[in-house]
Design a protein around this ligand. Structure first.
Ligand code: AHR
Length: 501
């Protein structure tokens, strides 16, 4: 059997595991908000109309931060529409998703939901159709304690304490021609810089995310980052990156290599940011907010917008059903994010509920976990302490997209307080089981606690509302301890977590 080897040494670390790596995203899109998190008629709904079962699964998923309210939606959003008495809130056309936005849920409700789900809010301002003033108004509404027009309005609307939102996105995907109010890099750089500068006049310690590219395949990728950072570098902390992957034309082997693209994307953004830093002779480093990533079957039937001229409220959009291979890719993308924890300081799985999501709901009814739920939940729970700089050697295969592609990818974390180690690994081979041979010499006395693997003879099998329990990670008994080595068999197209303590 082919063997990959992995050497772990606590002396070599990348960076601390960042809790914000395990963020997610709630957009006013499809059924993410309405009949997703908010469903007042649901048996588990609380007094605010939020589904208790969604809050429970959000906690089980281990979500740290949640980005809101978009996404493309934010580029036409008037945040004032979503505050105050619900009966008086206007309905609006949402140009991004050809829907009607009833504004039943707005920023106050979102913050209430965040507190219930124990997640940190991350708010995007509209730099598509709006600008500096509206961003300042929203910041005043959220973060100023009292004594001003918008802070007192928040208090009158029921929130005495400020929402104290620390992370703010300066627009969304402004490089994309599909974006309402799309801008050139130069136009956006000026607007983002001035918005950031003004927001810091209210609160200098905000963590501000400037828009990077909406994909590494964008024609402006690289020059966009360089132009925007040349202007905004001193005013921002993070630059965003977005990436979605899916199996195309039956090329599962390339799809399973998606993390290679994410690795390159991150490293290219880091190189670009550092080049601007060098030219400016600064010491400050810009970090990455990978605030949209996932598998997304763009163009598949589930993702098609209505064409009959109707503007429905909360239509079912982008409700992809994920299979085992998708879960392996999600697990691998998390491996990529973790291994770059020195520069990726925040990330958001897009999205949380119903819309390209790990959690699915029926309106007023059942809730279920997609296959992608499991690698995310287990990585979020057990990746603790420091990310180790591992030495990995793997046999490779040729893929159409990436050329020579290592069959195994892995990352490890170690909690310096307890010595507990977690290894997350994928086998990208379509046909071969592989042995992962882990060298534990440097770890001292350590025992295997648990080995879980997600795999299935049919990698295209997916979970459903009627069966969410068949395709879950199961105990992997093909593990052997041989002195200072641990040998675990990884089945084809699989994701595995090993825990040692
Ligand atoms: O997450 C779905 C959409 O993908 C978001 O609205 C947008 O930012 C991206 O193009």
């Amino acid at each position: 059997m082919l063997t990959a080897s992995l050497t772990l040494d606590p002396a070599f670390t990348v960076a601390p595991v960042r809790r914000r790596t395990f963020g997610s995203f709630i957009e006013h899109l499809g059924r993410c908000v309405y009949t997703g998190i908010h469903d007042p008629g649901h048996p588990t709904a609380d007094a605010d109309g939020f589904r208790g079962d969604v809050v429970d699964l959000t906690r089980e998923l281990g979500v740290s931060t949640v980005r809101y309210p978009g996404g493309n939606f934010v580029s036409g959003y008037r945040w004032e529409d979503g505050v105050g008495p619900v009966a008086k809130r206007p309905a609006r056309l949402d140009l991004a998703w050809h829907s009607t936005e009833p504004n039943t849920v707005g920023v106050d409700e979102f913050i209430t939901w965040c507190r219930a789900a124990d997640v940190e809010p991350m708010i995007a301002v509209n730099l598509g159709t709006r600008g500096v003033q509206e961003a300042l108004d929203l910041l005043e509404y959220c973060n100023v304690a009292s004594g001003t027009h918008f802070s007192d309005l928040r208090r009158a609307n029921g929130s005495q304490a400020p929402h104290n939102v620390r992370m703010w996105c300066l627009g969304n995907e402004m490089d994309g021609p599909w974006q309402t109010g799309h801008k050139t890099a130069t136009e956006y750089a000026r607007l983002a810089t001035e918005t950031a500068r003004a927001m810091r006049m209210i609160d200098p310690d905000l963590e501000l995310v400037v828009c990077g590219s909406s994909g590494s395949g964008m024609p402006t990728f690289g020059t966009w980052e360089a132009t925007v950072l040349a202007e905004a570098y001193e005013q921002v902390d993070l630059i965003s990156a977005h990436a979605y992957y899916h199996e195309e034309d039956g090329d599962l082997a390339s799809f399973l290599g998606s993390a290679i693209d994410m690795d390159r994307f991150i490293e290219d953004v880091v190189a670009t940011a550092d080049a601007v830093r060098a030219a400016k002779k600064l010491t400050k480093r810009i970090h990455i907010s990978f605030d949209e990533w996932n598998v997304w079957y763009t163009g598949a039937a589930a993702s098609v917008l209505p064409t009959d001229g109707s503007w429905p409220v909360a239509p079912a959009l982008l409700e992809d059903h994920y299979n085992v291979a998708d879960a392996v890719v999600v697990g691998n993308l998390l491996i990529s994010l973790l291994r770059h924890s020195d520069r990726v300081r925040s990330a958001s799985l897009a999205q949380l509920v119903n819309v390209i999501a790990p959690i699915m709901t029926e309106p007023g009814g059942r809730i279920w976990r997609q296959t992608t739920f499991h690698p995310f939940a287990l990585t979020s729970r057990w990746a603790v302490g420091d990310v180790l700089r591992v030495e990995l050697a793997s046999p490779a295969t040729q893929t159409a997209k990436f050329g020579s592609t290592p069959l195994v990818d892995a990352v490890a974390t170690r909690d310096p307080k307890t010595g507990a180690v977690a290894v997350f690994a994928v086998n990208r081979s379509l046909t071969e089981s592989l042995v992962l041979d882990v060298d534990l010499r440097a770890l001292g006395a350590i025992e295997l606690e648990e080995c879980l693997t997600l795999a299935n003879p049919d990698p295209h099998a997916h979970a459903s509302v009627d069966d969410e329990t068949t395709l879950v990670p199961r105990e992997n008994t093909d593990v052997k301890r041989e002195g200072d080595r641990l040998r675990v068999e990884l089945p084809p197209v699989s994701w595995t977590m090993l825990r040692l303590s």
